[in-house]
Design a protein around this ligand. Structure first.
Ligand code: GRF
Length: 196
């Protein structure tokens, strides 16, 4: 609703460290134009669900997109944030939230993205190629995997001796956990003000 805080749903599949960064950013006031009202997990055992519970945020395990769309509507969700979410959403679902779904990807798109490029695989590819700089990207979600318009990016140095795990941790700490809250606030603000 115009002028009221943007209702946000965060979609997850795993550990939920990006979800935690969003929760912490809302508490600290970095996210002030939106409120996280719902966490949706693609898997029942995701630790992200525990993080939601610890913060008193309603959570659901996704069954199908029709049921999810009903829940999103009932919660007044206007912005969906994919935070380590590993399922591919249908064109119909994406169309229902055109330019209202954003995703965090752990590389500087267009490098190391697209089909099969998720999680640790992204960092394995970056190290195999020998790039000296990598980072994270927040982009709008459209029908092309990691193909939507870029919102923000943050670069991170690749160091000698990096393993995929070490590099992933540095990208999360120095890029993802900073960039996603900032980008979420930017888009939530635009929706709240009616300029998106
Ligand atoms: C991580 O590989 C992260 O880089 C990517 O999704 C994976 C899980 O992140 N965005 P999270 O800890 O579940 O947020």
């Amino acid at each position: 609703m115009l002028g009221q805080k943007t209702g946000i749903a965060v979609m997850v599949s795993g550990g939920g460290t990006n979800l935690q960064a969003l929760i912490d950013a809302e508490k600290s006031g970095i996210i002030k134009s939106g409120e996280i009202r719902l966490v949706v997990s693609s898997t029942p055992g995701a630790y992200a669900l525990t993080r939601a519970e610890n913060s008193g945020i309603r959570s659901v395990v996704m069954k199908d997109e029709d049921q999810l769309l009903e829940i999103l509507k009932s919660e007044g969700i206007e912005l969906i944030v994919l935070a380590g979410f590993l399922k591919i959403l249908s064109p119909e679902f994406i169309g229902a939230y055109r330019d209202r779904i954003i995703n965090i990807h752990p590389s500087l798109i267009p490098s190391f993205c697209g089909k099969g490029c998720y999680g640790l695989h992204v960092h394995e590819k970056a190290l195999a190629y020998g790039v000296k700089v990598t980072g994270a990207t927040v982009h709008f979600v459209n029908e092309i995997t990691d193909g939507g318009r870029i919102i923000a990016q943050k670069a991170v140095e690749v160091c000698d001796g990096d393993t995929p795990e070490i590099l992933q941790k540095r990208v999360m700490e120095q890029a993802e956990w900073i960039l996603l809250p900032e980008a979420t606030e930017k888009i939530a603000y635009e929706i709240m003000k009616g300029i998106r």
